[in-house]
Design a protein around this ligand. Structure first.
Ligand code: GDG
Length: 483
């Protein structure tokens, strides 16, 4: 069986160094979970940045870390602070991220960011090429590494290259804005298989390939001279059983083992069982529509004052990309809006928004998912949105309502949610009312379908479907090369 390697910006482990003692802490995120099963099963390596700038490490420590990583089949790409600043905070998060999320006014067009993006992508490709043997397969992840497929293919054509994009792919009219638009497409087309979360992103990509490169496309194949590139959609799933099992355990815990947060949540309902909780969880990112959500909640309290004192919005905003200007401004805006809503509708014994600006442990996350009556998921753009799926998996009693943005990839799989346009705060306010007054029977009917679907297409199914397609492509390519 051919080996499958993974390349992503970050390795699936974090590194703690204390007095020269090195500890590797495995990541628990969705991508790490799904991919770990792949590269372990297929005897491959995971290539990526371990999360520490190389300038902070002396040579000996660096090589000790690398050795430790190799024991976990991880290959480290060394990046300096300057490279991280220009390639990651820079071109990836100041140029591609806003472009692909339709925030054209935020795009940074500085050529030095582009130059760093090219050279760091080359570093990743070189590291991968050291590891790869002809006949191997490699699966590259996400927008930080858009150029790596071509960099590998041009050096080792016999390697099967897969690429998956975790964020939206924008329409041609938006994508064309970028000065380096052709270079990005060229980079991606080095892959033999390109995957997106949804068919819409796939369609946008085809349109860019046709209009920028003039290549012929038939069904889901792009014909480039003697090569064929297959493009398909693979909606990413979650580790459903992990969320469901954790939610079951949460309710079985005796009082003394419950977390402080869980006890507070139970106390909230003790005051009156008719009280309701609405949940909002995201990285603090402008694509997630957090200000709109707060404005809509305020509108709801204004239009339905009978709910004042009876409904609380729990808003968890996880710090993210805090060195980028637009994120700093967004933090200020959200802080102000939370203050406004609480000042306007709050009282001595009622705080309308409980706001946490931090990351919470998994245990707390599950407590929130399983205690809140409504999940408010209103991104203005989102590749998929795993929070919506995690909420569904954690609802063991099969109640709960999701208010969902039609701009999130996940909306394609969740027809039973209350669908909203995230820019229409009036519509969101109405949906909050509908969700809070929805009969339990209707909630269950909707939730049963959602759970069935999200459970069936979990993260393991997602990765195995991609691998299955990679294997098919591998055969196709070898028959082409054999001619
Ligand atoms: C990108 C795309 C696409 C959040 N807060 C805490 C916490 N989380 C976890 C959630 C969830 C994950 O973070 C967030 O995933 P999302 O999918 O919502 O969003 P992005 O980070 O923007 O991810 C996105 C995804 O890639 C996958 O392809 O869906 O569209 O933008 O898993 O549970 N986890 C813990 N504490 C927190 O406070 N432990």
């Amino acid at each position: 069986m051919n080996r499958i390697h993974i390349v992503s910006n970050r390795l699936p482990v974090s590194i703690n160094v204390e007095n020269d003692h090195i500890e590797l802490v495995p990541s628990v995120g969705g991508l790490a979970t799904g991919m770990r099963s792949v590269y372990k099963e297929y005897n491959g390596k995971w290539i990526g940045w371990p999360g520490l700038p190389s300038d902070d490490l002396n040579e000996e420590l660096q090589s000790n870390i690398d050795e430790k990583l190799i024991e976990e089949d991880c290959v480290s790409v060394h990046l300096s602070k300057e490279e991280i600043d220009l390639y990651y905070d820079g071109f990836s998060n100041r140029t591609i991220w806003p472009l692909f999320h339709y925030f054209a006014q935020y795009i940074d067009y500085s050529p030095e960011l582009w130059d760093a993006f090219v050279s760091v992508n080359q570093k990743f490709a070189d590291k991968a090429l050291e590891t790869l043997e002809e006949g191997d397969t490699i699966w590259i992840h996400d927008y930080q590494l858009l150029l790596v497929p071509e960099m590998i293919k041009s050096q080792k054509p016999g390697v099967t290259v897969g690429f998956f994009l975790h964020i939206p792919f924008p329409s041609f009219e938006v994508f064309r804005i970028l000065p380096w638009r052709k270079e990005l497409i060229q980079g991606m087309l080095g892959a033999d298989l390109i995957g997106f979360h949804t068919f819409d992103y796939q369609r946008h990509f085809f349109s860019c390939v046709r209009r920028l490169m003039g290549y012929e496309i038939s069904f889901n194949e792009i014909h480039i001279e003697d090569r064929i590139v297959i493009v398909d959609s693979f909606p990413m799933g979650i580790d459903y059983d992990k969320f469901r099992d954790a939610a079951i355990q949460t309710f079985q815990k005796p009082l003394q083992e419950k977390s402080k947060l869980h006890r507070e949540l139970e106390k909230y309902f003790l005051v009156s069982p008719n009280r309701k909780l609405i949940l909002s969880i995201d990285r603090l990112d402008y694509s997630k529509g957090i200000p709109n959500r707060l404005q809509a909640f305020a509108k709801f309290l204004e239009e339905y004052p009978e709910f004042i004192g009876k409904v609380t919005l729990i808003m968890l905003a996880v710090p993210s990309r805090g060195t980028v200007e637009h994120y700093i401004n967004l933090k200020r805006e959200v802080d102000e809006l939370v203050g406004n809503v609480n000042g306007r509708f709050g009282s001595i014994n009622y705080t309308p928004v409980w706001y946490f600006y931090r990351s919470l442990p998994f245990e707390n996350l599950i407590e929130l998912y399983s205690s809140c009556d409504v999940a408010l998921v209103t991104p203005v753009r989102d590749g998929m949105n795993l929070v919506a799926k995690e909420y569904v998996a954690s609802r063991t009693n099969r109640t709960g309502v999701i208010i969902l943005s039609e701009m999130a990839g996940v909306s394609k799989e969740m027809g039973e949610a209350l669908m909203i346009n995230p820019n229409n705060t009036g519509e969101i306010a109405q949906s909050i009312y509908q969700a809070l007054t929805m009969p339990l029977e209707e909630q269950r009917e909707r939730m049963i379908y959602l759970q069935d679907r999200i459970k069936r297409y979990d993260v393991f199914k997602w990765s195995s479907e991609f691998v299955k397609s990679l294997r098919k492509v591998e055969k196709l390519q070898s028959s082409i090369y054999a001619k």
